[in-house]
Design a protein around this ligand. Structure first.
Ligand SMILES: *Cc1c(COP(=O)(O)O)cnc(C)c1O
Length: 473
C-alpha cells in the first residue's frame, strides 16, 4: 500500500469510528452542548504549530475536543428552529461525494454526478407536482435557492420591460416592485438585498400568517396605477409567496394569490423551504393546491427531506431566464448548447460539490411512499405534541397545527421566556424561543425523521416539568 493510501485508510477508519460513536450516542445524550464556543477556543486555537500532525491524530483530536460543544441535532429530541436530521442513505452518499471529490459544475467533466443530480431533479419535480420542464439547481440552502429564483425573476422582468440587465446593470433601469407577506422569512429580504431590489412591500396576513389575496390585489393595483400611467412597457412586479410559516406552519392560499399575481403580470416565486414537501403527501394536498402555478420555487433538502447540511433546491420554469441569470460563458468551460443545463448554469457557484447526490440517495431509499410517510410522520407528531401540551394547565397552543410547527405560550411573556430557558437547561429536549404576533413563544418544529412517540413523550414531560419549576420558583 502506498503512503497516501495508508493515510486515507487510517484517517477514514478513525473518522468512521467517531461518526458511529456520535450517532449511536444520540439516544442517551443531553441535546444541548455543554460548552460554549468561547470555552472551546483554546482546544482548537493557539498559534498554528510549525510542523504537522498525522491525519488520523487530527481526526481524533477534532472528535474528542468537539464533542462537548456539539448540539445533538441528529437527535429525535431536537425540536429547535426548522432543522432536519440525516437519513442513513443520505449521510453515506455524502461521504461518497467527498471521496469522489468531483467538481460538479460541468456535465462533460463529471457525467456521473450530473446524471445523478438530473435524475434527482426529475424525481423532485414529479414528487412536488411541479412542471417537468423546469430547471433544477442544488444550492447550499433555501436562502440561496430563493436568491437564485429571484435572480431569474429579475432577469426576466427586466428583459420584458425592454432593459438589458446584463449590459446596463440596475442603474437607470425600470424599478422592480417586490411584494411579500408580512410574515415571510427574513432571508427573502436578504435575497432581494443581494439583488439590489430594495425592501419589499409587506402585504397583510391573517392570524396564521397567510397572505391576504385581496390585500395583495390592492397592493399590486396601487403600484400598477401609479407607475403604469404614461410608461410604455409593463411595470415589473415580483410576488414572493410562502409554503410553511415558521411559527404556524401555515401555507399562503396559492390558488387565489397566484391568480391575483398573474392578473397583474407578476412573476411568482414560492419560498417553500420546509413546506413544499406537503405536496408529496396526498392528504395534505390542499395546503399546496395551486403552488404549481408559480414561476419559481425554493426549498431545502436539509430540513424536511433530512439530507445532511448543506443542501437547498431551486426550481425555475423559465429555463432561459435562469440560465441567463446564473450561467458563465468563459471560453475554457466546455458545455452543451442544447438539452439539459450544465449544473453551473442553475446555481450561483461555478465550482461546487455534488450536493444533489445525497438528495438522490434519500429519495431512492425512501421511495415515493416513504417520502410521503416521512412528512406525514412529522405532521402527526407535531399534532400529537400540540394536543398533549394543550391539555396541560397553563399552556396555550397559538397556531392551527396543520403542518410541522407548534407555537406555545405560558401566560405572560416572562413566564414563556423562563419556561423556554428551563427546557434548554434541562437538556432532555431542545426547543427555541421566538416572538410571534407580539408575544414571546416557545416554538417546536418536528423536522427530524427519527422523532418517535417516545421522543414526544419526553418532550411533553420536559415542558410540564419546566412549567412546574417556573411556577414554584
Ligand atoms: C430555513 C428557511 C429559509 C432559509 O433556508 P436556509 O436553508 O437556512 O438557507 C427560508 N425560508 C424559510 C421558510 C425557512 O424555513
Amino acid at each position: 500500500m502506498s503512503a497516501p493510501e495508508e493515510d486515507y485508510r487510517d484517517a477514514l477508519a478513525t473518522a468512521f469510528g467517531h461518526a458511529r460513536g456520535w450517532l449511536e450516542s444520540q439516544d442517551q445524550r443531553r441535546v444541548g452542548p455543554s460548552r460554549t464556543a468561547a470555552d472551546l477556543a483554546e482546544d482548537f486555537g493557539g498559534p498554528l504549530s510549525r510542523t504537522g500532525v498525522p491525519a488520523s491524530d487530527v481526526v481524533d483530536h477534532l472528535a474528542a475536543k468537539a464533542e462537548p460543544g456539539l448540539m445533538a441535532m441528529p437527535s429525535g429530541r431536537f425540536f429547535g428552529w426548522v432543522i432536519g436530521g440525516t437519513l442513513p442513505a443520505a449521510l453515506a452518499a455524502d461521504w461518497l461525494v467527498s471521496a469522489w471529490d468531483q467538481n460538479a459544475g460541468m456535465r462533460f467533466a463529471t457525467p456521473a454526478t450530473a446524471a445523478i443530480e438530473e435524475a434527482a431533479g426529475r424525481w423532485l419535480l414529479d414528487l412536488l407536482g411541479l412542471p417537468p420542464e423546469a430547471d433544477v439547481g442544488f444550492t447550499t440552502g433555501a436562502t440561496m435557492a430563493n436568491f437564485t429564483g429571484l435572480a431569474a425573476a429579475r432577469w426576466r422582468l427586466m428583459a420584458d420591460a425592454g432593459w438589458d440587465l446584463d449590459a446596463e446593470g440596475l442603474t437607470g433601469g425600470p424599478r422592480i416592485h417586490t411584494f411579500v407577506g408580512r410574515e415571510r422569512h427574513d432571508t427573502i429580504d436578504l435575497g432581494l438585498r443581494y439583488l439590489g431590489l430594495g425592501r419589499p412591500t409587506a402585504v397583510p396576513v391573517d392570524r396564521q400568517g397567510r397572505i391576504d389575496p385581496m390585500d395583495l390585489h390592492r397592493a399590486l393595483g396601487a403600484v400598477a396605477r401609479h407607475e403604469g400611467s404614461g410608461g410604455s412597457g409593463r411595470v415589473p412586479l415580483l410576488v414572493c409567496l410562502q409554503a410553511g410559516n415558521l411559527h404556524s406552519g401555515a401555507f399562503d392560499p396559492f390558488l387565489e394569490a397566484v391568480a391575483v399575481a398573474r392578473d397583474h403580470g407578476a412573476w411568482v416565486h414560492v419560498d417553500g423551504a420546509f413546506g413544499l414537501w406537503a405536496a408529496a403527501v396526498p392528504e395534505l394536498g390542499a395546503l399546496t393546491a395551486g403552488v404549481e402555478g408559480a414561476d419559481s420555487w425554493g426549498t431545502d433538502a436539509h430540513k424536511t427531506l433530512n439530507v445532511s447540511y448543506d443542501c437547498g433546491i431551486v426550481m425555475v420554469r423559465d429555463t432561459v431566464a435562469l440560465r441567463a441569470a446564473m450561467g458563465v460563458h468563459a471560453s475554457y468551460l466546455v458545455h452543451a448548447t442544447d438539452g439539459p443545463a450544465d449544473p453551473f448554469e442553475t446555481v450561483p457557484e461555478l465550482s461546487r460539490r455534488a450536493r444533489g447526490v445525497p438528495v438522490w440517495a434519500a429519495l431512492r431509499s425512501l421511495g415515493r411512499d416513504g417520502v410521503a410517510g416521512q412528512v406525514r410522520g412529522l405532521v402527526s407528531h407535531a399534532r400529537q405534541l400540540a394536543d398533549r401540551l394543550a391539555a396541560l394547565e397553563g399552556v396555550e397552543v397559538l397556531n392551527d397545527v396543520s403542518y410541522t410547527q407548534v407555537s406555545l405560550a405560558f401566560g405572560d411573556d416572562s413566564t414563556t421566556r423562563a419556561v423556554t430557558a428551563r427546557i434548554i437547561a434541562d437538556g432532555r429536549v431542545w426547543m427555541s424561543g421566538s416572538r410571534w404576533r407580539d408575544r414571546d413563544v416557545l416554538r417546536i418544529s418536528v423536522s427530524n425523521w427519527s422523532t418517535d412517540d417516545d421522543d414526544t413523550t419526553v418532550a411533553v414531560d420536559a415542558v410540564r416539568d419546566a412549567l412546574a419549576a417556573v411556577r414554584s420558583s
